[in-house]
Design a protein around this ligand. Structure first.
Ligand code: 3PY
Ligand code: MG
Length: 267
């Protein structure tokens, strides 16, 4: 079976930096796969990606050695199994709040007797190789997100769940759970302290700690702290940030004002 390069990096104690994809197209996925990132995650929770979009995107990524992940819309075994069958080498499961939910996510990623994954790795056989089922449990990453109030309270029982590979922090949901505004790259002391507590617990339980950012500044900070799964940039921001910055550099021309909808104040 094709090995999971991100798991290999982790086993050597190294970090893996990735990107998120929310644009439902194989070409944008392929473009992002040629940027030097270690992993790309198709975001089926908040991105515009459905299953019929995801399959050609996974095919596009597999023209490179980038490791393909999918964030599933919810902790639901059928979609977890289906994206693994399509060749995802890791899943990120959102809003996991307790041990039972973590166990449910892990079981969906593992074949019996370790879990309850059903057999039928149609595209995964092509991507992974004919011995896919034999090694899939070892190569497939199960990452759960801690980003709810209950998940924060129960981080120890989640992070210590047997079979868990990684915990991935969603900074904006985490902020909402802490009663803060949903800011991604977040310097609020309460947010920083909670992120640090999750990182510390991951270290103690030998689980990879991951987190989402939208800047190299925060990516570097988290890498320096010891996070080993850090998201640098989503496709839509890569596109809009670049074009806005280039637009801002021009003189002698007035950029079109962004379209606005009327707000309550009517201005
Ligand atoms: C969050 O910020 O809550 C996320 O899930 C990032 O995608
Ligand atoms: Mg979230």
């Amino acid at each position: 079976m094709r090995f999971n390069r991100v798991k290999q990096l982790w086993s050597e104690g190294k970090p893996a930096v990735g990107g998120f994809l929310s644009i439902p197209h194989c070409f944008s996925a392929e473009v992002m796969a040629h940027t030097g990132l270690d992993w790309l995650c198709l975001d089926m929770q908040h991105g515009c990606i459905d299953y019929a979009d995801a399959v050609p995107m996974l095919t596009a990524i597999s023209t490179t050695s980038v490791t393909p992940f999918v964030r599933v819309p919810w902790n639901e075994p059928s979609i977890i199994m289906k994206v693994l069958d399509a060749g995802a080498y890791g899943v990120i499961v959102p809003m996991v709040s307790n041990r039972a939910e973590a166990e449910r996510a892990i079981a969906a990623c593992r074949y019996p007797p370790a879990g309850m994954r059903s057999n039928g790795p149609n595209r995964a056989l092509l991507y992974g190789g004919p011995d896919y089922q034999k090694h899939a449990d070892r190569e497939t990453v199960c990452a759960v997100m801690i980003e709810t109030a209950e998940g924060i309270d129960k981080m120890e029982e989640i992070i210590s769940t047997p079979g868990l590979d990684a915990v991935y922090i969603g900074p904006t949901d985490l902020a909402l759970a802490l009663g803060l505004p949903p800011v991604m790259d977040n310097d609020e002391p309460k947010h920083v302290a909670t992120v640090n507590r999750i990182l510390d617990s991951c270290r103690r339980h030998k689980v990879v700690a991951g987190i989402h950012t939208i800047s190299s500044k925060f990516t570097q900070r988290y890498l320096d702290q010891g996070f080993r799964m850090v998201m640098l940039v989503p496709d839509r921001l890569a596109m809009s940030n670049y074009v806005k910055a280039e637009v801002g550099r021009l003189s002698g021309w007035t950029p079109l004002a962004p379209a606005r909808t009327a707000d309550r104040s009517g201005d």
